[in-house]
Design a binder for this molecule. Structure first.
Ligand SMILES: Cc1ncc(COP(=O)(O)O)c(C=O)c1O
Length: 413
C-alpha cells in the first residue's frame, strides 16, 4: 500500500491530502494513520491493526502505550510540566542518577537534549571545547562512512552519507570520514587536530551494520594517542536494544561520551549526552543550553522506562527474543531464495536480501499487516520492542515470508 493507493479509506486519503497541503514535504509517508497502539500492535481509525516491528524507528522499546510510562507521564503532567533549567526538578535529577548507574560510570554527568541530533550537537560542542582547551586548531572530528548522527547542520556533516550533504553544501568542513570497516584508515586519520571520533556500535540507519571490534579498538587507541574523545552514538543502540543497556557494553571498548535519544523515554522527545572522567567536566555555565532539556514530563517517562527494563528483567528477555527471531531468520535464509541471512544484534536486526527489493518487501509486509522498513536497497530492518512475544515473532515471520514471496513473484529479483 502506498499513499497514492486507491484502496485508502476516505478518512486516510483525506489525512494525506491535509498533510500534503500544510506539512512540509520532508517525509515520504506510508499509508496508515494510527490512532492507538498497545504493546507491539498499532490500530488505525478503520479498526485495522498492524504488528509493529519497527517501533517508530527503533524507539518504543517497551511497546506502545506501556502502562508504566503512561502512568508516570499522567502523574507528572498533572504535577508540574515545565520549569526551565533555571530550576531543578526531581525527575531530571533522578534520570541523571539512573544514567550514571546503568552506564556503570559513578562520575557520569549528563546534558539533557531534545532528540538524537541535539544530543550529538551537545557531544560535538563538548568535544570542541575539550579540543580548544588543548590547542586552538584541535576542532576536527573523524566519523565513519554510512554513519547517521542527525540532520542538524553539524550532525549532518558528521553523518557519513554524502547524498544527504549535497543539497546543503558547503558544509562546515570539520569532519574527516573514513571507511566503516578499516581500522588502519581510522588510525591514520586521527591527528592532533582531532578533538573526537564519533561512531555507532551498530550503524542503524546506515543499514544495520555492526562495527568490526578492531575498528572500535582502533578508535579508542587513536583517541588515547591524540587526546581526543571517543563518542559512541547510542541513539539507536541504547536502552537495551542490543541486549545490554548500551551498545558499548557489548564490546571491550569504553567511550568517553555516549549520546542517547529514541528509546530513552519510549517515544517522548528527549536526548542525552552522558560523559564521564575529564569529559564530564568540560562544559561550564553558559557553554550549552536548551529550553526543554531535562523537562520533568519526559524525564519521568525515561525514569519509568529504566525502572521497567530493570524491574521486568527486559535485558535478558531481549536476548531470549533475539535468539528466537534470529533462529527464525536463519530458517528463512535456508528456505527462501530472497533471503541471504541477517545481521545486527539483540533486537536491532537487518534481514539481508539477495536482490535490491527491500522497498517491495516493506510494502508487501505492510499490506500483510507487518511494519518493517527498508534501511538499504537489500536490507529490511526489524526493531521490535523488548516486550515482543514469541507468538508475535511467529506471526511476523509468517507475514514476512508472504511479503518475500510477493516481492519475488512481482519484481525482477
Ligand atoms: C544513531 C543515530 N544518531 C542520531 C540520530 C538522530 O536522531 P533524531 O532523529 O532524534 O534527531 C539517529 C536517528 O535515526 C540515529 O539513528
Amino acid at each position: 500500500m502506498s499513499t497514492t493507493s486507491s484502496d485508502l479509506s476516505d478518512a486516510t486519503a483525506a489525512a494525506h491530502e491535509r498533510d500534503a497541503a500544510h506539512v512540509m514535504g520532508t517525509y515520504a509517508r506510508r499509508a496508515p494513520v494510527f490512532v492507538r497502539g498497545q504493546g507491539t500492535v498499532l490500530f488505525d481509525a478503520d479498526g485495522d491493526s498492524w504488528l509493529d516491528f519497527l517501533g517508530g524507528l527503533a524507539v518504543t522499546v517497551l511497546g506502545h502505550s506501556h502502562p508504566a510510562v503512561a502512568g508516570a507521564v499522567r502523574e507528572q503532567v498533572g504535577a508540574v510540566q515545565h520549569t526551565s533549567n533555571l530550576f531543578l526538578t526531581e525527575p531530571m535529577l533522578g534520570l541523571a542518577e539512573r544514567l550514571a548507574r546503568i552506564t556503570g560510570w559513578d562520575d557520569a554527568r549528563t546534558f539533557f537534549a531534545n532528540c538524537g541530533a541535539t544530543a550529538n550537537e551537545a557531544a560535538i560542542k563538548l568535544a570542541r571545547r575539550h579540543g580548544k582547551a588543548i590547542a586552538d586548531d584541535k576542532v576536527r572530528m573523524v566519523t565513519l562512512d554510512r554513519s547517521f548522527h542527525g540532520r542538524t547542520f553539524a550532525t549532518l556533516e558528521a553523518t557519513g552519507q554524502p547524498e544527504k550533504h549535497a543539497p546543503f553544501a558547503p558544509l562546515l568542513g570539520y569532519v574527516d570520514t573514513v571507511p566503516f570497516d578499516d581500522p588502519e584508515a581510522l588510525t591514520a586519520a586521527v591527528t592532533d587536530q582531532h578533538c573526537a571520533v564519533m561512531l555507532e556500535v551498530v550503524q542503524g540507519e546506515g543499514g544495520v551494520r555492526p562495527l568490526d571490534p578492531a575498528v572500535l579498538s582502533a578508535a579508542r587507541a587513536a583517541c588515547d594517542a591524540h587526546d581526543a574523545l571517543l563518542i559512541v552514538d547510542e541513539v539507536q543502540t541504547g536502552m537495551g536494544r542490543l541486549g545490554e543497556w548500551f551498545g558499548f557494553q557489548t564490546t571491550d571498548v569504553v567511550p568517553d561520551v555516549i549520546t542517547l535519544a529514541k528509546a530513552l523515554a519510549n517515544g517522548l522527545p528527549i536526548g542525552a549526552c552522558v560523559a564521564h572522567g575529564a569529559a564530564a567536566d568540560v562544559f561550564g555555565p553558559g557553554d550549552h543550553a536548551t529550553t526543554f532539556g531535562g523537562n520533568p514530563v519526559t524525564a519521568a517517562a525515561a525514569n519509568a522506562v529504566i525502572d521497567t527494563i530493570e524491574g521486568d528483567g527486559l535485558l535478558t528477555t531481549a536476548d531470549v527474543r533475539s535468539r528466537r527471531l534470529t533462529g527464525a531468520l536463519d530458517g528463512l535464509a535456508q528456505r527462501h531464495d530472497l533471503v541471504a541471512g541477517w545481521r545486527g544484534r539483540g533486537l536491532l536486526l537487518g534481514v539481508e536480501l539477495t536482490a535490491p527489493v527491500a522497498r517491495h518487501v516493506e510494502q508487501a509486509a505492510e499490506e500483510g499487516g507487518l511494519i518493517v522498513n527498508a534501511v538499504a536497497d537489500d536490507v529490511v530492518r526489524m526493531a521490535p520492542p523488548l516486550t515482543v512475544s514469541n507468538a508475535e515473532i511467529a506471526t511476523a515471520i509468517t507475514t514476512l515470508t508472504q511479503a518475500l514471496d510477493t516481492a519475488l513473484a512481482t519484481h525482477d529479483a
